[in-house]
Design a protein around this ligand. Sequence first.
Ligand SMILES: C[S@@+](CC[C@H](N)C(=O)[O-])C[C@H]1O[C@@H](n2cnc3c(N)ncnc32)[C@H](O)[C@@H]1O
Length: 326
Amino acid sequence: MNAETCISAIKASKKHNFICDETIAGLVEREIAKYKSEKDVIKSVKTKLHQITGAFIDESDIKKAYGILQKICGNLENTDGNLQKACSNLESTDDNLQNNYSLPQNAYGFSQKGYDIHQNTYDILQSSHDLSEATDRQSMGEDIRSILSLHASTRERMDFMEEMFKDIFTVTGRNCSILDIACGFNPFFLALYSESDREKYYASDINVKLIDLLNYFFSVSNINGHAFASDILYKIPDVQVQNVFLFKIIPLLEQQQKGYSKVLARRLKSEFFTITFPTRSLSGKNVGMYRFYNELMHNYFTGDEFEYCLQKEYFNEALYIIRRRK
Ligand SMILES: C[S@@+](CC[C@H](N)C(=O)[O-])C[C@H]1O[C@@H](n2cnc3c(N)ncnc32)[C@H](O)[C@@H]1O
């Protein structure tokens, strides 16, 4: 069996051609050992890609997010070309990116208080993009929340996101540098809760289109961010930060390489690790996940190596903030 043939067939698919090469190559290498035909290997890798990334967001959601950002930032002509560049990476469609996005079901209390975009971010967007007066902080906040709810993982935490980030920043400080591994749409929260003068925010994911979108978002909002496409199973970033985010990614890594999270914690250069786990499945079932992951946490990250600064359970997500002992 030829691995190259399998890789080419998978990359030829519109659904998978924007996933990091090393992710596809790694999965092919693993699956090739299990099957006798290339067809079965290809099928199995595609299923795995769905489980680790496709189930959370698809290309049309990324397009919708561009549409919303474009609405916030005004015409394409007003930007410095980053949006055109980013959009050119998307498949061309008949959609009018500027107008044709549909908001997800408004089930997340957008009308509640405290959902305005952060004043600093608003000021920057307004001064650099000549926004109409009608684009006020609250409607921008709602737009950003619409973007957040396009990715399954951020959508699931919409009801308690504010409480969760407040908890995190109370422990680690508000402006520490962050490396957000397997970030999904998480970095968009910065527009709601972050000071624009925060320390560097690094974000990685295996979805290249998502990474392009984030870099566009950082450039138009002047958030001090940098997103890069990378598979954490193949390369551990060599960057020094104060806080590493590992939100809902450990279960996916452990399925592929048991014990890998321990390696990560040892090799990543950070004082704090902010780790979350889903406590209900994507379909909403509670199947003893909290107990399982709580045990994993305490087995992997022992008290003699890490101080447990905060441990808290929200509706469908468990949060741990641990600090490396000196
Ligand atoms: C469960 S979602 C979590 C997203 C985000 N951390 C959050 O909680 O909002 C998993 C994300 O990890 C990405 N991903 C999966 N495997 C990865 C890997 N090995 N390295 C980097 N990113 C990965 C997927 O593309 C997807 O966006």
